[in-house]
Design a protein around this ligand. Structure first.
Ligand SMILES: [Zn+2]
Length: 236
């Protein structure tokens, strides 16, 4: 795959038309088109090792920044290596509505680490998230989540080695927060992410949604004839 900037400053890309990635802004797998390419003469003059190109997401029009290594400076072209780096990666999504404030703050940072590909920083933040959850739910809640972890293992058919890593990150923190968590790669981090999301859902989101739904049901059942009083009558 040849990618190069020609002497008139246009980006020539063999497979440019088929270039698609998950947009960090709209989260859609979308085609992208170059809108801002470095000036040819200026780049030839300074010969940087990398160049940045701004693309437009065809789904939401947001700018997407990619960094390409330069392979070669030739007379009439600047050849780029096709393996670009995304400067902004798509963020992992999670609904934080029913989470306690400190758990939310810690897990948000965990997700930011994951999105940046910092998997061991992510594991450390997952451990801090888990410690905050255990402190908030008490020993009973911690045991319940430990059982839930076993359930997830069976349902998702997580292999023994990965499960041991996840369990160690989340539950083996004695003395709390001091023992070092195991090293994680992309796969283990992905599994850990899905498991922590599930545990948080189980601990807070599910309960919060049920309580909210029950409050709405109670409100309607207490209204006369199951109907809601119009606002004007309610005021008078
Ligand atoms: Zn987009």
């Amino acid at each position: 795959m040849a990618v190069f900037i020609d002497s008139s400053g246009r980006l020539q890309h063999d497979q440019g038309r088929g270039l698609a990635l998950k947009c960090p802004h709209c989260q859609v797998l979308a085609h992208i088109t170059p809108v801002s390419v470095p000036d040819f003469n200026e780049t030839q003059l300074h010969k940087p090792n990398h160049v940045g190109i701004v693309y437009r997401c065809e789904a939401c029009n947001a700018p997407i920044f990619l960094k390409f290594p330069v392979k070669l400076y030739a007379g009439s072209r600047i050849e780029l290596a096709p393996n670009f780096t995304e400067l902004e990666r798509p963020r992992e999504q999670f609904s934080f509505t029913h989470l306690p404030e400190d758990v939310e703050a810690l897990f948000k940072e965990a997700l930011a680490c994951f999105s940046s590909g910092c998997y061991n920083a992510f594991a450390s933040m997952c451990r801090r998230t888990a410690l905050a959850v255990f402190a908030e739910l008490g020993e009973g809640g911690k045991l319940r989540l430990y059982d839930e972890l076993g359930e997830v293992r069976k349902m998702a058919e997580v292999d023994d080695a990965t499960f041991a890593t996840v369990r160690k990150v989340l539950f083996d923190a004695e003395p709390e927060g001091r023992s070092s968590p195991p090293l994680l790669g992309a796969f283990e981090a992905g599994v850990l992410l899905e498991i922590v999301k599930d545990l948080l859902y189980e601990a807070y989101v599910r309960r919060g949604r049920l309580q909210q739904a029950m409050t709405v049901r109670r409100f309607f059942s207490e209204a006369p004839d199951g109907k809601v009083t119009p606002l004007e009558k309610a005021r008078s």
